[in-house]
Design a protein around this ligand. Structure first.
Ligand code: ADP
Ligand code: MG
Length: 723
């Protein structure tokens, strides 16, 4: 008898085992049984031939309508043409020099035919298809072939391995299969009415009816969600066991001074997140919290308060930002809000003052050395930086808190690099302005505690978004530029965003996977700025900003823009995240169809941050019926970041939804789709939590512990260590 670990060689023989190994990567019985059918065909229910599209790889069930062999004209050889039908449409199958097949391809017989749909003289056909003749629905009982059931599984086929070959191997494996140990605890199985693992596997491959197949599929999908959630719950439990220095809030220090100088009241949402964070910081195990919030919801203040609390208690905080522009902005914000308290050790610095320093890749050696010294000595309570902060030369005296702003730009390894700079596990706060649907968050960040800021500060005016089809309606484009002039006349400022820096540069768009990087027609900052300055925006103060400028230049430009000395900033996506100039009220995005939904939402979040309404114009050359236009319309239709991120994710492949650092676990997710299977993921989370609460080491569930260990091992390398 075979187990799931039995080598396929012992079940299907040497040659077939080789084909299975190369064809579908299956080496054991378990591997094979986890190769799930894509769908089923029902014996007697013929495939609708009219739905077949050219170039599709298909496996169809059809009946032979006619078969005839003729000799080729002017060439040696014969051609056998078999016409199959579903009762109304017809499809022809052609075989060269295989006249002998005419004997078995008898009119009236049914079979599975597999191949690539081609078109010949305007008619669809399958050239040299693989086929397997079967007994029709009427005489299943007398069937002599391998397909005894009514439902025939259809597997993703490869040339060497047609669907029915896989099915034959499946039958061999299932017939040889002994009892399969079931890792899913019985209580959970009963709760959901699931069958045993063995029965589920059999029902999926050889279903008695479609309901049984569906139920089996649900159980196996649940298995995937459950094991993954179990992994995350266990992971969280382990993080909680780590020791960290508690950093309880102290009064009379920097934090109090900061609160006093804050020009606004915290929103209710901010206040509750603040108290969650303060709770975490005062515990003696490390905080692992994700703060997700709508663009402009005020995450920075919350993060700064956490940093100051840690400084007050004698530790240091590191603030990691994805761009230099944002890092510089954080420095300016902190210096402004803290005033003299940001100048510890200097004349005029207050009693509790600290220092704040910036570490970026493009600073001069002298200023870098100064910053490194401040970080290492502990004199700098807050160290802000880009990825340069991860460099080996960067050391801290007592790193107590790591804040990662705009986390979707940072990978796991980078966070780990920072953590290794602390003696004890530091507290961690990860922030993202790309709110993701709850179940995606649960799956991708399942070992983090999640705080969400949904509301925007009071007094915000909504952003209006319009799509501007520049080719169809050139007058609209002129109107866009005059809108900028009107805003500037009111004392406001504008962004014009282009996908490229220069005519020859690649784009800054995250949708290149759709378009490739041929960019000849796309707007660029360096071409656009002078054109606007000498043309439609004549008389306005126009400046450019992009990632290739030196750090001083970037800083100087952003400073002037912030102070209102520049009217129009022509820029790339360097301003996509975090940039905060409340006086900017209008943004024109050129070639907006090149950007993804979430990216556009982020970009647009740069305006409407003050008390005046914001306007965002999405300029596009894409034709009205293009998919890209639908994306733009979607962005125009809602300001809800959660909804937009869902639309964005739905357009991506599952692997992209989960993110690159899920590759270790991804191979275990065959059936689960995070967006579609929300309900299952929810249940799985609750069940996993309950199991671990009752039995933290899974002592009473050895099979489950084994399955988990397997997943942990595969996940280990790249692990979802968001913490
Ligand atoms: P994000 O969540 O996108 O990072 P920011 O933290 O940059 O948002 O905040 C956006 C703007 O809102 C900033 O100008 C900030 O000073 C302001 N802000 C934050 N909290 C409040 C509040 N409670 N009331 C008024 N304005 C606020
Ligand atoms: Mg921000």
């Amino acid at each position: 008898m075979a187990t799931l670990d039995t080598k396929l060689v012992d079940v299907v023989g040497d040659r077939t085992a080789k084909v299975l190994a190369t064809g579908i990567g299956a080496k054991t019985v378990g591997d094979l049984l986890r190769h799930y059918p894509r769908r089923y065909v029902v014996r007697g229910e013929l495939t609708d031939i009219s739905t077949l599209k050219a170039d599709d790889e298909v496996t169809i069930l059809a009946e032979i309508f006619s078969a005839s062999t003729r000799t080729l004209q002017g060439r040696k050889g014969t051609i056998l043409e078999v016409v199959v039908t579903d009762g109304s449409s017809k499809l022809s199958l052609t075989f060269f020099n295989q006249a002998w097949r005419e004997r078995e391809l008898k009119v009236g017989r049914q079979g599975l035919f597999a191949g690539k749909v081609g078109v010949f003289k305007g008619k669809r056909q399958l050239a040299h298809p693989d086929y397997e003749l079967i007994a029709d629905g009427g005489d299943v009982d007398s069937a002599v072939d391998d397909f005894a059931g009514k439902y025939l599984p259809v597997y993703p086929a490869t040339a060497k391995l047609p669907s029915w070959k896989v099915a034959q191997c499946m039958t061999l494996a299932i017939d040889a299969l002994d009892e399969v140990p079931d890792f899913l605890p019985e209580s959970i199985r009963l709760e959901h009415g699931y069958t045993s693992l063995k029965d589920a596997l059999i029902a999926l491959h050889q279903p008695f009816d479609i309901d049984a197949a569906e139920k089996a599929r649900e159980r196996l999908t649940f298995d995937e969600a459950f094991l993954l959630q179990l992994l995350l719950v266990v992971r969280r439990q382990e993080l909680r066991k780590l020791k960290a220095t508690a950093r309880p809030v102290r009064s009379g220090g920097l934090l109090d001074a900061f609160d006093k100088s804050l020009p606004f009241e915290l929103t209710g949402g901010q206040r509750s997140v603040v108290s969650e964070i303060e709770n975490d910081l005062s515990a003696s195990h490390p905080m692992h919290r994700l703060l997700q919030g709508e663009v402009g919801s005020g995450k920075t203040v919350v993060a700064i308060r956490a940093a100051l609390a840690v400084v007050d208690s004698g530790g240091q905080a590191a603030l990691l930002a994805p761009t230099e522009v944002l890092a510089q902005q954080h420095l300016r914000t902190l210096e402004k809000l803290l005033g003299p308290l940001a100048h510890g050790g200097m004349l005029g610095g207050g009693e509790h003052a600290t220092q704040i320093t910036l570490i970026t890749g493009s600073q001069s050696a002298a200023s870098r050395n100064e910053s490194l010294a401040l970080a290492a000595s502990g004199d700098a309570g807050i160290v802000i930086g880009t990825h340069a902060l991860l460099g080996e030369s960067v050391a801290f005296k007592d790193l107590g808190l790591i804040i990662v702003d705009e986390q979707h730009r940072f990978g796991v390894e980078q966070r780990d690099a920072l953590k290794s700079k602390a003696e004890f596990p530091p507290h961690l706060l990860v922030m993202t302005a790309t709110p993701i649907p709850r179940t995606v968050a649960m799956t991708v960040f399942g070992d983090l505690d999640i705080s969400t800021l949904r509301e925007l500060p009071l007094g915000r005016q909504p952003i209006t978004t319009h799509v501007v089809p520049s080719l169809e309606k050139p007058a609209f484009m002129e109107r866009a530029w005059s809108r900028i002039k009107e805003e500037v006349a009111l004392g406001h400022q504008a962004y014009v965003v282009a996908p490229r820096i220069s005519a020859s540069a690649p784009t800054d768009s995250d949708m290149d996977f759709l378009f490739g990087t041929t960019t000849s027609e796309l707007a660029s900052v360096e071409e656009l700025a002078p054109t606007l300055h000498s043309g439609p925006l004549k008389g306005l103060r126009v400046a450019i900003l992009h990632g290739q400028l030196g750090s001083e230049e970037k800083d100087a430009t952003m400073r002037s823009f912030t102070m209102g000395e520049i009217d129009v900033l022509v820029t790339t996506t360097v301003i996509e995240v975090g940039v905060d100039v409340p006086n900017a009220t209008i943004m024109v995005i050129m070639d907006a169809d090149r950007f993804g939904v979430s990216q556009l939402h982020q970009l647009r979040g740069r305006v409407g941050r003050g008390t005046s309404p914001g306007l965002c114009l999405l300029v596009t050359n894409a034709p009205p019926d293009a998919l890209a236009r639908q994306r733009l319309d979607a962005v125009g239709a809602t300001l809800d970041g959660f909804e937009l991120s869902r639309i964005d994710l739905e357009q991506r492949r599952e692997g992209d939804v989960l993110g690159a650092n899920q590759s270790g676990t991804r191979s275990h997710l065959r059936l689960l789709r995070v967006l579609r299977d929300e309900g299952l993921i929810d249940l799985a989370r609750t069940n996993a939590q309950r199991i671990i609460d009752a039995d933290p080491t899974l002592a009473a569930a050895p099979e489950l512990a084994k399955a988990l260990a397997l997943l942990q091992a595969d996940a280990a390398a790249e692990y979802i260590d968001k913490g």
